[in-house]
Design a protein around this ligand. Sequence first.
Ligand code: GRF
Length: 203
Amino acid sequence: MTRLAVLISGTGTNLQAIIDASASGQLDAEVALVISSRPDAAGLQKAAAAGIQTISLSRAVYKEPWAADQLIAEQANAAGCDYIALAGYMRKVGPELIEAFPNRVVNLHPALLPAFQGGQAIAEAFAYGVKVTGVTVHFVDAEYDTGPIIAQRPVALVEGESLEQLTERIHAVEHVLYPEVLQLLAEGRVEVVGKSVQIRSTG
Ligand code: GRF
């Protein structure tokens, strides 16, 4: 079975969605390892509650960014992981990890890339006044939020809704889309062709 390392920094609701999809059989992959860039990330408790091995990286590890990436690659390899899934991981991923897992590091972004890159995507899209935003899952490359796009799902804004309401609706879409994309990866149906990604149909 496909083994995943999930990288987090915060609440880990997407981690939980992946764990749940795996437990229910919707996702034919298991979370073998959870690595947090912060020792106080609430997601660590979710992983522990599911009996998943966790590693928490101290701030000191990030003084040399390559050191954290090297450690993550080593631990993911040791745990037999096929893919690294970033789920609210707030650190930049460097070449040490990308080269160790080529086209095997994926990220979830709460906007329709290439619009609204960066850490404040939902608030920026809301403030801009867009009528449609959404969710993107993409492979990670050397830059932030620029790698080949695997899947996107639009979310239309509702007249008069608050930023909090939009945020909640985007998260709900993330919780469905990310496990779906991980399932495509587990099925070996995702192929990177240059900058674009092709999804092979089944059968
Ligand atoms: C998600 O909105 C994700 O798109 C972004 O960070 C958030 C993580 O939320 N990169 P959670 O920790 O999974 O609850």
